[in-house]
Ligand binder design. Structure first.
Ligand code: SF4
Ligand code: F3S
Length: 365
């Protein structure tokens, strides 16, 4: 596989049909709330795109983010897209080790200085440089050195985006996020514990298509995927509105699929695409599996309060304040000031879909 190969070349050699490629473009456009008119542009850009160099570094993490993307039971477009980038350095996936691995990183940096994409998972300990080192280099020094030549940085997972689990009180290693240390590069936060694979590939597709990072919210997350909270898109929302709540995980309400708010669901204050994009190729997401949302894409989610404690919110009226009202309307009801500060008015769903048949017809006409 050469760096001159386009994404389409790679996908075709992997057995992905033209129809499959167009379907991927349409789904990506839909997930990113782009107009259907953008689908041909995405397809054209990906056909032209050459494989950009990507350096992926893993610091204080559990490998869940890499597992999320690679542990598919079948060859999906989400993981095939990783064949379409030149993954020149990846702590977990690379075959090289020791000095050869570090030489690969240095070579990729030198060859692509100013152009490569840096992907980071895991937080960075600053309490003591010796807490986490690679090739004798502290995580902090390796990040700062590699970030210098990057065109942009993608912080994958809540640990690299906000500190995550290592940052939870009492934060023994002094864990910080990428954005806490790097302030002079475009950074996209793709939080989640782990993030949804199609969201990771969607961000990479956006970068390949438009040559720039997508529009971000105030927490550095792509608006297209994190623009709405789980609660607004949750299929259990009618039960919430009617005041029908499961009280335990095995009561009649739970069996009937009632709202999990009283069992600690953090969906009303969590922004992520789980309720629309879902997991495992659109199969399900935590709430559909019977467990409340833990808020894993929010900063400090480990310190939000008990995972099984309900947000202390007055009912009814809470839904209106959270979903469409001002922060002031919701503040009184929220469990903590940390959560309250994140409540915001969001745009209504703009997701649109386009059929692959229409795209194919458009190409042939
Ligand atoms: Fe869904 Fe949770 Fe909201 Fe209930 S509280 S409607 S389970 S997101
Ligand atoms: Fe995380 Fe909640 Fe989705 S726990 S995986 S943001 S439903």
């Amino acid at each position: 596989m050469s760096k001159d190969d386009s994404l389409v070349d790679v996908l075709q050699r992997s057995g992905v049909s033209r129809r499959g490629f167009l379907k991927f473009c349409a789904l990506t456009a839909s997930a990113m709330a782009l107009s259907p008119a953008m689908v041909p542009r995405i397809a054209a850009a990906l056909e032209q795109a050459r494989r950009p160099s990507v350096i992926w570094m893993s610091f204080q993490e559990c490998t869940g983010c890499t597992e999320s993307l690679t542990r598919s039971h079948s060859a999906t477009i989400e993981n095939l897209i990783f064949n379409a980038i030149s993954l020149d350095y990846h702590h977990t996936l690379q075959a090289a080790s020791g000095e050869a691995a570090e030489a690969a990183r240095e070579a990729a940096m030198e060859e692509n200085w100013g152009k490569y994409l840096l992907v980071v998972d895991g937080s960075i300990p600053v309490g003591n440089p010796g807490f986490s080192t690679i090739a004798g280099i502290s995580n902090k020094d390796m990040l700062l050195e590699t970030a210098r030549g990057a065109a942009a940085i993608v912080a994958v997972g809540t640990c690299s985006a906000y500190g995550g689990l290592p940052h939870a009180a009492p934060n023994p290693t002094g864990a910080v996020s990428v954005a806490d240390l790097v302030t002079d590069k475009p950074i996209v936060n793709v939080p989640g514990c782990p993030p949804i694979p199609v969201v990771i590939s969607g961000v990479l597709t956006h970068y390949l298509t438009f040559g720039e990072i997508p529009e971000l919210d105030e927490l550095g997350r792509p608006m297209a995927f994190y623009g709405q909270n789980i609660h607004d898109r949750c299929y259990r929302r009618p039960f919430y509105e009617r005041g029908q709540f499961a009280e335990t995980f095995d009561d009649e309400g739970a069996k009937k699929g009632w709202c999990l708010f009283k069992l600690g669901c953090k969906g009303p204050v969590t922004y992520n695409a789980c309720a629309t994009v879902k997991w495992n190729q659109g199969t399900s997401f935590p709430i559909e599996s019977g467990h409340g949302c833990l808020g894993c894409s929010e900063p400090d989610f480990w310190d939000m309060g008990g995972f099984y404690e309900a947000l202390s919110t007055p009912l009814p009226g809470f839904n209106e304040a959270i979903a469409y009202g001002t922060a002031a309307g919701a503040v009184a009801g929220l469990a903590s000031g940390v959560l309250a500060s994140r409540v915001k008015k969001r745009a209504k769903d703009q997701h649109q879909t386009v059929s692959v048949d229409d795209l194919e017809k458009g190409e042939s006409s």
